[in-house]
Design a protein. Structure first.
Length: 133
C-alpha cells in the first residue's frame, strides 16, 4: 500500500509541474518588466531633473503608479519636469495624473514650490512596455 500511495503522490506532483512552470514564466516576465521600468525611470530622471528642481521621493504603490514629490525654484520647472517625465515614460502606458503645486519655502528658506504628481498605469495592470506602430 505504501508503494501505491507513493505512486499516487508522484502522479499528483507531476500534474502540478505545468502550473509551476507557468507561474515561473509569469514571475520572470514581471521581474523583467519592473527592471526595464526602473532602468527607464533612472535614465529619465537623469535627463529631466534640472538645476531648479530637487526630487525628494519616488514611490511605487500597489496600483502600479509612480508618485513623484519634490521642490522647485519655479512653478514652470515643476511643469516642465512633469511633462518631460510623462513623455519619456509614456511607452510604459503611464499617464500623468494630478499635478499639485504649492508655494513653499525650500532649502535655506528659499522661496519656491513643492510639487507632487503621479504617473498612473492606464491598462489596469502592471506598467509594461507598449509598442506602437
Amino acid at each position: 500500500n505504501s508503494l501505491a500511495a507513493l505512486r499516487k503522490e508522484i502522479s499528483k506532483l507531476e500534474t502540478e509541474i505545468p502550473q509551476q512552470q507557468r507561474f515561473k514564466s509569469t514571475l520572470i516576465a514581471e521581474t523583467q518588466r519592473k527592471r526595464d521600468l526602473l532602468g527607464c525611470v533612472l535614465k529619465t530622471l537623469q535627463a529631466t531633473v534640472s538645476d531648479e528642481l530637487i526630487l525628494q521621493q519616488i514611490s511605487h504603490d500597489d496600483s502600479a503608479s509612480l508618485r513623484f514629490t519634490g521642490w522647485a525654484l519655479t512653478e514652470q520647472a515643476t511643469q516642465s519636469f512633469q511633462s518631460a517625465t510623462s513623455e519619456r515614460l509614456a511607452r510604459f502606458d503611464l499617464k500623468p495624473s494630478g499635478l499639485k503645486v504649492q508655494f513653499l519655502s525650500g532649502p535655506q528658506n528659499v522661496d519656491g514650490y513643492s510639487f507632487e504628481f503621479k504617473l498612473v498605469v492606464q491598462s489596469g495592470g502592471e506598467a509594461h512596455v507598449v509598442t506602437r506602430r
